[in-house]
Design a protein around this ligand. Structure first.
Ligand code: TGC
Ligand code: FAD
Length: 394
């Protein structure tokens, strides 16, 4: 490791973590990073400022890159390992959490739900076009009065002959208003079941949620279902009970374990570069001990988070990853990422509050990441239950 001020070490190179990746994983990461820097990064501050993203075009770009459902086997999906998928999430979130969100919801929630619980016909119909980004999917679990506690959902599906009739409202649904298909979870006489609701079905609408201060480069919508009539084969046959949707969440939460570190890395790179260029009291900001302490602490946390993510990725690839372990990763890495983003903001001073730099944009986005896919409190309680055997949710 070199210590000359003219050859600084990258925070993630401190622990030589790249040596723990295979050549293929490094290649996939490099491909995603190059495409993200070329095609997404130049536009993202503008999308965030406007609060609008060209979602359909983005989905096709991401489909062309092969990242939509990349960890799934068959049906046009790349079938990579979990670590490669995590690294792709990291590169996308280094640009913006909203882009990783699009990929998480498409691949790990909507596509995964169909891949895991769908009929052969449902898989053949939806998955190849979703992998290509021609169709967009969303995942409707949360409701206005049922977020952390999805078991309190009111959306219901009732039999009418062989049809199903759905009523209810879903809230905060990523990709909702641009989706071609919504995976909607609803209460039935037989417990919670999943339904595939194609856009344009009479009675179904998806008004976009505006005035967000976070995840502005991402589409968020409400899903309104008023007597939505669906044929019998719209139900996902393989999911019965709350374990259906909660099992899908493990997949998306895993992507966030890596993804959040991408946002943190981008903030840290920005802060180091800024500190080296900025002169305060006649010296480089990077030369002050207080700055170096901040950078050292943040790099230690980034490195620890990366080791944790890789460990969980290896467990997932071995088929051994448990939901409680995913909670450890999501809780720690998002919590540390948001702390890093906020600390980096202080190093940039007033410049840190603008969209000229990515830091406050990342920090604001991470407020959503802290909340969705299980809040930090929910993940603490999952870990607490594992440690004590006592559930403290209710
Ligand atoms: P509980 O009684 O513990 O469990 C009910 C059934 O589900 C099973 N289960 C799981 N299965 C697989 N994976 C998991 N992680 C699971 N957690 C629970 C459980 O074994 C049981 O199965 P069975 O067969 O015995 O019925 O459920 P509970 O009602 O006590 O709730 C537990 C709790 C609080 C952990 C759960 O409700 C929870 O995770 N709440 C958080 C909800 C959440 O994360 N929502 C996310 C919505 S999607 C989203 O935010 C997308 S944003 C994506 C983006 O834009 O990137
Ligand atoms: P609540 O559940 O009301 O929680 C409020 C506070 O209470 C939190 O701090 C929480 O941790 C705390 N709390 C809750 N229960 C307990 C407890 N037992 N003990 C102690 N504290 C507790 N959902 C989807 O289904 N699909 C999506 O695509 C999707 N995309 C999203 C995109 C964005 C940008 C955002 C912000 C959210 C999205 N969500 C989505 C919703 C998200 O999953 C929920 O916001 C989240 O699960 C929390 O639910 P809530 O907002 O209703 O908060």
């Amino acid at each position: 490791m070199k210590s000359s001020p003219s050859t600084p070490t990258h925070p993630l190179a401190l622990l030589a973590i790249d040596g723990l990746l295979t050549d293929e994983e490094r290649e996939i990461r490099a491909t995603v990073r190059a495409a993200a820097d070329r095609e997404l990064r130049p536009h993202v501050a503008g999308w965030f400022e406007k609060g609008e993203v060209p979602a359909r075009e983005l989905a096709r770009t991401l489909g062309g890159l092969g990242v939509l459902g990349m960890h799934l086997e068959g049906y046009g999906c790349a079938g990579t390992n979990a670590v490669a998928y995590g690294l792709a999430c990291m590169e996308l979130e280094a640009v913006d959490s909203g882009l990783r969100s699009l990929v998480s919801v498409q691949g790990s929630l909507a596509m995964y739900a169909i891949w895991k619980h769908g009929s052969e016909e449902q898989k053949r119909h939806w998955l190849p076009k979703m992998a290509a980004g021609e169709y967009i999917g969303c995942f409707g679990l949360t409701e206005p009065d049922a977020g952390s506690d999805p078991g309190a959902m009111r959306t219901n599906a009732k039999r009418d002959g062989s049809d199903w009739v759905l009523n209810g409202t879903k809230m905060w649904i990523t990709n909702g208003s641009v989706a071609d298909v919504a995976v909607v979870w609803a209460r039935t006489e037989d417990g919670v079941r999943g339904f595939l609701v194609p856009a344009g079905t009479p009675g179904f609408s998806a008004p976009e949620i505006k005035m967000k201060l976070s995840l502005r480069a991402s589409v968020t919508a409400e899903l309104v279902l008023e007597n939505v009539r669906l044929p019998a084969d719209a139900m996902l046959p393989g999911a019965r009970g709350l374990s259906g949707p909660l099992g899908c969440l493990n997949e998306a939460r895993f992507g966030i374990v890596f993804g959040a570190l991408g946002a943190a890395r981008d903030c840290l790179e920005s802060a180091i570069s800024y500190a080296r260029d900025r002169t305060v009291f006649a010296r480089s900001l990077a030369s002050y001990q207080l700055t170096q302490q901040k950078l050292a602490d943040m790099s230690v946390e980034l490195g620890k988070g990366m080791l944790l993510a890789l460990h969980l990725g290896r467990l997932k690839d071995a088929g051994e990853l448990t939901p409680e372990q995913v909670s450890v990763g999501k809780l720690n890495n998002v919590r540390e990422a948001i702390a890093i983003a906020r600390e980096c903001r202080t190093i940039l001073g007033a410049n840190g509050i603008t969209l000229e730099y990515p830091v406050l944009r990342h920090a604001n986005n991470l407020e959503s990441v802290l909340t969705y896919e299980g809040t930090s409190e929910v993940h603490s309680l999952v870990i607490g239950k594992a440690l004590t055997g006592e559930q403290a949710f209710r």
